[in-house]
Design a protein around this ligand. Sequence first.
Ligand code: ATP
Length: 865
Amino acid sequence: MSSTNKRHTYYGGVTNDSSGTFQHPQRTTEQRRKHVTFGPYILGSTLGEGEFGKVKLGWPKSFPSSSNATLEFPKQVAVKLIKRDTISNDYKKEVKIYREINALKHLSHPNIVKLEEVLQNSRYIGIVLEYACGGEFYRYIQKRRRLKEINACRLFSQLISGVHYIHSKGLVHRDLKLENLLLDKNENLVITDFGFVNEFCSRNELMKTSCGSPCYAAPELVISAEPYEARKADIWSCGVILYAMLAGYLPWDDDPNNPEGSDIGRLYNYISLTPLKFPDYILPIPRDLLRRILVSDPKRRINLKQIKKHEWLKPHFSFLSITPDEWDKLQNTQSIFRLAKPTRRYGSRPQSSCSTSSIGSRSDKRDSLVIDSTLITFPAPPQESQNHIITRPASIASDQRLSPIRRSHRHNRSNSAASVALQAVVNADREYALNHEQSLSSAQNIRQITACNATSGFSPPSVINSGDVLIETSPIKRNTISGGNILINLEKETTTLTHISQVQQNNTNSSQNHQYNKPRTQNSLQSANNFYRTSSSPHTKPRPTSYHPGSYTAPSYNSNMPSMHEINEKTTSSASSQTLNQRETSPFDFTPYLALDTCITSCSSIESSPKLITHGQFSMAKPSVDLQSVSGDLIKYKADAEVVTRMYDERYKQKRKSLRYSGIFSDISCDTVTEESDDLKLSESPIQQHAERKSIENTNAENLSGKNMENRDNAIISAKKSVKVPSERSLNETESAKKRFSFLSLYSYNNSKSSLYSSMDSKRKPSPPSQRRPNKGDSYANSRSSSTKASNTSTSRKLPKDQSTPMIIQDGLPLGTKEVAPNARSSVMVSEVNKASVDNKAIQYPEQSTAKRVLGFFKRRSMRV
Ligand SMILES: Nc1ncnc2c1ncn2[C@@H]1O[C@H](COP(=O)(O)OP(=O)(O)OP(=O)(O)O)[C@@H](O)[C@H]1O
C-alpha cells in the first residue's frame, strides 16, 4: 500500500506482504508534498466536526528511527483545528478553548483524553489530543441497541472514575453526554470536550445554553435558580448516560405532548412529575443505582463516593478505589495505564477502524439513539467475564513487574494443554518483546501495562494481541509502539516501582478484590442475559442529545499532590529524568492570563479560596506565546505555509517545579472543600430498597393522579418560582468581554460559596425574598408569583394546565420573565429554593414517608400471608 492515499488517511503503513510486519513506507519528496501537514503532523481524514471546526486524524511526519523499525507505528493523534478567525472576535469561544486546554493539561487519567500538545500558526490553533480510535460512544451504543449489563457496568465504572478524578481537581465537566464520550482502541471510555469545564456563565447564559438539548442537564439547572452544585449536575448526566447505555434510549423520552423534547420547560416538568420508568431488561440493581442518581433534588442525589460503593459496581471496586492522588502519582512517574481490551468469547465485534474513523457531523450526532433496522446484533455470550481489565498497578508483585501477565491471575483453565501451549507462546513473545524493548532503550518510554484475562474475569489475558496493550510514553512526545504482538511493561524506574508498591500497600488486597462478589454479580448478569434474550426495547424515539450547560462549579483542591520537585528528586533514572524534562516542555503551564486581572490581582482573598482558580493552575489562561518555532504548516495553500509554533513558555521550566503542584495545590486549603455530603446512606441493600420502593410506588401509584400529583405540581411551581429571569442574571452587557470574564470568575466564586454552604447546611437562614416583578401578561411569571405563598404554606393548589407547562424558553430566556430587581439575586434564589425544597420535601418524595413505608411493609406482608 502506498503511504499516500487519496484521503490522506493513515493506514498504519501496513503492507500487503505476507510477512505482516510493518515497514516504513518509502516516501518520495513528491509524495510528502501531497500531505496536508500541521506542524510535525501529517493530517488525515476528518474524525469529526465540532463547534470550532474539524478534528483531524494526524500522525508524525517523521518516524523515530530505531533498530526495531518493524515494531514502531507512528502514534496517531487527533488534531482539533480551530481557525483563528472564528475565535478572534468571539471571546466566549476563545475562553472555551483555553479552558479546555488548561483543564486537560492538569488531567491525567486513563479515561480522560490526553492532551499531547498545542500548536498554532497564523491561521489555526491545533489542539493535539490522544487519538481515541474506538470512535464515538454514542455510535457504539447505537450499533448494539443497548449495552449488555456487564459492559455497561465496566464502562460506567470508567466514567465514574474519570468524573471523580475531574472533580477531585476542583473541576466539573458540565457537558457530560454521549457525544462527548469516545472509546479508545480497547473499548475503554475516554471523556472529551472540556470546553465547559469550570466555566461560569451568568444565569442568562445558562438558560440560553441549556435550551439546545438539555437531555443530560440536571433539573436544577433549568427549574431552579439556586447556584447549583455542579458536581451533582455531572452526576445527573452520568445517570442519563448510564440509562442510555442500559436502555438504549434516553430517560423521559416518551412524553406524548412533547415528542421531540424540544419544549425544554415541558420536558423538565415531565422529568419532575414522571417517575423514572425502566424497561424490563434493566435489572433491579442497576435500576436502584439509576433511581439514586436520577433524583431531581440534587441534595438527595447520590454522590460519587456513594456511587462507587454501589453494589452494581462491585465488580469494579478495585479500579474505582484508585484515588486521584494515585492516578497523579502514576502520571508523575510516567506510568500511565491503559485498560486492556475486553475479550469476547465469540461473536465478532466490528473493529473500530483507526483509519476510517467515524466521521460525524454535529447534526448527525444529535440524533440520539435511533435504533434502526440495520443494527447488527451480536449473540450474547453465555457468560461474559468481568473484563474490567484495569488493575491496580501497585498490585504487581515484584517478581512480575516486567511482565504484563500476572502469574497469580492466570487463566483459570491454564492447566489445559492448549493453555500450556498458549502460555509458552506468550512467554516467548514476552521475552522477545523484552529484548526488543531493551534494545530500543528509548528512555522516555516508561510503560505500564494493565492487562486482564477476560476469561478468568479479572486476570490478565493469556494472549496479548497487538490491540491489547497501549504503551504510553512521555506526555509530550509519546509514541505508541504497536504492530508487534506484544508490548511489555517496562518499568525502568526504580522509583516508579517503589511508588507502585506503596500504592499497592495503600490498597491492600487489590488483586483479591477482583474476586469479590463475583458469584452474585454473575448470577445477576446471567439473568440479565436471559432478559436480553427475551426483551426488546420498546423505545425508538429519537431525541436530541446535546446540551450546553452553563453556570458554575465548586472546585475542590487536592493538597496532597506531590511537588514536581519531589518527584524529580525521587526520580533517579535517566529515563525518568528525561520524561520529566519533556513534561516540562508542556505548553500551557504558568502562562499569562487572558483576563483574570480582576480575579487575580485585586482579590487576594480569592486566591486563598478553594473555589477560585488560582494563578498557575487551571484557568482560562491563554497559553503563552513565547513560542518555539517548529517547522510546520497547514499546507493546503501556499499561503498557509507559515510557521507553526509550539506554545511554549520558558518560564514554565523554572516555575513548574515549584508552582504546579507544591506551590499551587498546597497553597490551597482543603478544609472548606468537602466531598459531596454523605448524608444519603446506602444502608439498605439495593434489592431490599428496590422491593420496598416498588411497594411504595404501587401504594402511591393510585394517589399520584390525585393529591400527590397536586402536591408535586406545587413543588414544581415553587421550584419554578425560583427561576431567575434573564434580566436578573444578566451581567452588565456594556462591560468589556475581558472585564466580564473576570467578573464571572468572581461571581462564580461567590456562587460556589453559597452553593457549597447550601449543600453543607441546607437549613441556612434564608435571604430576603425576591424582589422580582413579573411582567404583565406573563403567565409563567404570574403563576410563579401567585404560587409563592402557596409553596411556602404547602398548599395543594393544582396548577392549571396552561400554567403547568413550564416556561417556554426562547433565546434562552423563559418567556415573559423580564423585569426583576437585580439585587442579591443569587442569595435570594438560594434561600427561596432551599425553603421551597424544605417545605416540599415530603411532597416531592413521598416514598420517604415512614408511614408509607410501614404501610408498604404491611401490605407486602399481608400479601405474603
Ligand atoms: N481525541 C479524539 N479522538 C478521536 N476523535 C475525536 C477526538 N476528539 C474529537 N474527536 C471527534 O471529533 C468530534 C468533535 O470533537 P469535539 O467534540 O471535541 O469538538 P468540539 O468543537 O469541542 O465540539 P463541541 O464543543 O461542539 O461538542 C467528536 O465528536 C469526535 O468524533
